[in-house]
Design a protein around this ligand. Sequence first.
Ligand SMILES: [Cu+2]
Length: 159
Amino acid sequence: MLQFAVSISNYFRRQYLSRYFSILLSVILGWGVLSTPLALAAPQVTEVKVSLGNSANELKFFPNNLQFVVGQRYKLILDNPSPQKHYFTAKDFADSSWTQKVEAGKVEIKGAIHELELKPGGEAEWVFVPMKPGQYSLRCPIPGHTEAGMTGLITISAQ
Ligand SMILES: [Cu+2]
């Protein structure tokens, strides 16, 4: 009799557990199914490419006029196809934006950034959201480069 009671209670416990697990499983699966489209629909990133100099060693940014809109997310892809190092320096613009991250090589930097140095052949990605409308100057502060025309204009416009 006792044996019977134990097996009955085991039976119900198993039933209970299997129901519990199937609910848990469906919650996990449901979450997976629901969260996938949500992740895909996450705020879009607009990619913008800027080259620091070129292979002919012209001291310019290509392009040198950048337009962004407040509140949108951008990935600024910087490269340096020239034979010498350059800087992407735009301190006021950086102060007027929220930086999500900067990626260069295998390093990812979180937080504020003001200036990026790119060696020949270097690449970096800067993911940010412009916050404050305005016009901001861009330049390469290596001696002679700003003077030679390695400057640019960054415009952040309101939504
Ligand atoms: Cu330069």
